[in-house]
Design a protein around this ligand. Structure first.
Ligand code: ADP
Ligand code: MG
Length: 718
């Protein structure tokens, strides 16, 4: 029976309904699925050694004849041994199998087998334990580089390797080529068929590398083609022309903007007056002054008579922003309002009416800003702050929130601007979607940012305002706990305030990431202990994710108002909170956090004039863990730390819990394949620039693959 990639696995001998079900668990239904199920690793079973010469430090193959009938002995319940002796011309090996009684039935005296495993020398004897084996000459699982696949209960690697062997041997003909010939040749990539064969059954490790390189490129290329399409479509979208001069805005600031702030504002100003929709990410280290940059956007919108919505991830941050914006922009005539879930009843109604009537220029809030029933009057700019967990799909949804056109008065007289109007009305009076500005406080390695924010333009703020004293960071073991408490006390005596952060399971909502660690009880108990025994004379407060928003706010407000000396907290204070008088942060169980997250936390201190400190407590004896934390003591540069984090922990932390909305990758590894990522992205952008909709016949398959990859976000491509 000829097999094809569409052939269901159930048509193969040895795959009954039971097995088929288990294979389905691995996503394997057809021969084609097998080709897509990639090995996790490989075993080099090529070389066959004489027993005498077999290496002892690594597994290898030996070819030997079974010299006696296998013997089974039962050691105790649940443990049986099969023992067998095998010989070649150079020696004898004693082989033991644990709990594999069936071997007695299938292994015959006098028959030659190839065994794969480590040959150990026990005294003068050679021994092997649980080797893989097959009859000499079979050549199915030995004499080659064997792929080792991800498995599930009831499916052995031999079964899968055998099935895949057939798929590779019989189903590769006419495998379609996704990569356009020019791209493939231009980047010296092997053909699809060669790649598929050698990723499963490589001729040698060089062939494997060639195959892998191509498959990684292919995967990243398809992904970046999708992102390039998104970006391209957006940048073709019409946008309202909004004119604003950073220089003029700077006069409102109580400080001179840094070079980085200036550059970010210039980028934004250029976007806003380009006539195309802005989709920009401002990525800045903690404390680099992103708020002022956001304020520039809001100011420009107001000046041009369109509304701006500024979205923060928590109510607390929203309130803080509303205060800052009010202070900065009200003198310039910008009308600022705060809209969160806690604004209720009559107050809410008045606010919504004012918003719909165009009597508010800047509304600051949480995601409530985009809930049903919130109507805008010419929404021209949306700013999302501190949201590295804010995915492609959410951004698209946001941009789609239609700026309903107002029966709005001409550009406000409060800005006696000559005729600048934010409106680019079509014949129907419809407005283009708002400009989008995303502010991220989590430095992300540049290359990763290309993926996570692949559909955005990026401005990087890698400069801190002048006069900051870097936070001094120390790694401290349990033995110095009492000294740490003493240090906390001294800071408080000097009039400062202190954060003590512990890891805790946060409720899984609102975009806060879980940090596994102490459970809630432990955190509560710890806070109680601090309050009652360690610092009974200090004012100690407590926040964690399970408190009601009101309680959380009350504690935070008390801390920022100076009514608390010490705030014990879980990571809810991770982003954005600004209490300049806080000069010390202690992090308990620091080894449980990612470096970038610790850096983020540390950014809560060092915001005022006082020398600030961060103490990382750890009881970990792991040198690797301590080494990782030392990287944090060595530098205050968030981008450098992010690179280090990526190197040490891989990209998982940056991607969060798939909230980025990007498809899952199978072959590529962001930490290891950065160079290829750059190549693939470059190629993708060139291709999409030439064929935006991928409609050329040569790109048909590519287009389909992009659609498949982004299946969950299909609406983005319509
Ligand atoms: P982040 O980028 O972390 O959001 P903020 O916008 O909260 O940073 O700014 C941190 C602090 O630095 C604020 O107190 C802000 O007033 C101050 N700041 C911002 N820009 C400057 C500047 N150019 N010169 C001096 N201080 C600044
Ligand atoms: Mg901020």
């Amino acid at each position: 029976m000829p097999l094809s990639r569409e052939t269901p696995l159930t048509e193969l001998p040895g795959v009954g309904p039971q097995r088929a079900k288990k294979l389905e668990k691995l996503g394997l239904r057809t021969m084609g699925d097998l080709l897509d199920h990639l090995p996790q690793r490989y075993e080099d079973r090529r070389e066959c050694h004489a027993l005498r010469d077999a290496p002892q430090d690594r597994p290898c193959c030996v070819s030997a004849m079974v010299a006696e009938t296998p013997r089974v002995s039962y050691i105790r319940r649940g443990l049986s041994l099969v023992k067998v002796k095998a010989v070649d011309g150079t020696g004898t090996v004693h082989i033991t199998f644990f709990n594999q009684d069936y071997i007695r039935e299938i292994m015959c005296r006098g028959q030659e087998y190839v065994f794969y495993g480590t040959v150990e020398r026990q005294g003068g004897l050679l021994a092997m334990t649980n080797p893989a084996f097959e009859r000499e000459g079979a050549g199915r699982f030995t004499g080659l580089i064997l792929p080792v696949y991800p498995l599930t209960a009831g499916i052995s690697n031999n079964l899968l390797a055998g099935l895949t062997r057939r798929a590779v041997d019989e189903c590769l003909d006419g495998l379609p080529e996704v990569l356009p010939a020019r791209v493939r040749k231009g980047h010296t990539l092997c053909q699809a068929q060669y790649a598929r064969k050698n990723i499963h059954y490589p001729d040698d490790f060089e062939a494997l590398a060639i195959a892998r390189r191509r498959l990684v490129f292919e995967e990243l290329f398809v992904l970046t083609c999708g992102l390039a399409q998104l970006k391209d479509r957006r940048s073709q979208g019409a946008g309202r022309v909004l004119a604003g001069e950073p220089g003029e805005f700077a006069a409102l600031l109580p400080f001179a903007p840094t070079g980085a702030q200036r550059r970010a504002m210039d980028d934004i100003a250029a976007d806003l007056k380009s006539g195309k929709a802005m989709n920009r990410l401002v990525q800045g280290d903690v404390g680099s002054g992103k708020t002022a940059v956001a304020a520039f956007g809001a100011w420009t919108a107001a000046k041009n008579g369109v509304q701006c919505a500024l979205m923060a991830p928590t109510e607390l941050l929203a309130e803080q922003h509303a205060r800052t914006m009010e202070a900065l922009l009200a003198p310039a005539g910008v009308r600022v309002a705060l809209l969160t879930g806690s604004v209720k009843g009559r107050e809410r109604k008045l606010l919504l009416d004012a918003l719909a009537a165009g009597e508010v220029d800047l509304v600051v809030g949480t995601h409530a800003l985009f809930s049903q029933g919130v109507a805008y009057c010419g929404l021209g700019l949306v700013i999302a702050d501190e949201q590295h967990r804010f995915g492609v799909a959410q951004r698209a949804a946001l941009a789609a929130k239609s700026g309903r056109d107002p029966a709005r008065e001409a550009p406000h007289e409060r800005f006696n601007e000559s005729g600048a109007t934010g409106r680019a009305e079509g014949p129907s009076g419809e407005l283009p979607p708002p400009h989008v500005l995303v502010m991220s406080a989590t430095p992300i390695p540049r290359t990763l940012a290309l993926i996570i924010y692949g559909d955005l333009d990026v401005s990087i703020m890698d400069e801190l305002p002048p006069g900051r004293t870097p936070v001094d960071t120390f790694l401290v073991g349990e033995d110095k706990r009492q000294r740490m408490y003493g240090f906390v006390r001294r800071q408080v005596e000097e009039g400062r305030q202190v954060y003590i952060v512990c890891p805790a399971v946060e409720e899984n909502s609102g975009g806060w990431e879980d940090s596994p660690g102490m459970d809630l009880k432990a955190v509560t108990a710890y806070a109680g202990e601090l309050r009652e025994r360690v610092f009974p004379d200090l004012r100690v407060g407590f926040v964690h994710g399970r408190l009601k928003p009101k309680e959380k706010e009350a504690a935070m407000a008390a801390f920022s108002g100076g009514e608390l000396d010490v705030l014990v907290s879980t990571t809810v204070i991770e982003v954005g909170v600004d209490v300049p008088n806080a000069s010390l942060m202690v992090v308990e169980n620091a080894e449980r956090f990612g470096l970038s997250q610790l850096h983020q936390l540390r950014g809560r201190v060092g915001r005022g004039r006082h020398q600030s400190y961060c103490v990382l407590m750890t009881a970990s004896r792991s040198e690797a863990a301590r080494e990782r934390l030392r990287a944090l003591c060595a530098t205050n540069d968030g981008f450098q730390i992010a690179e280090e984090d990526l190197r040490l922990r891989g990209p998982g932390d940056f991607f969060g819990k798939r909230q980025h909305g990007l498809p899952q990758l199978k072959v590529a590894d962001f930490a290891a394949d950065l160079e290829l990522l750059k190549e693939a992205r470059q190629a993708a952008e060139e291709l999409v620039a030439a064929d935006q909709s991928l409609s050329k016949p040569a790109h048909r398959l590519l287009k389909r693959r992009v659609r498949e990859l982004f299946a969950e976000n299909a609406e983005l491509f319509n």
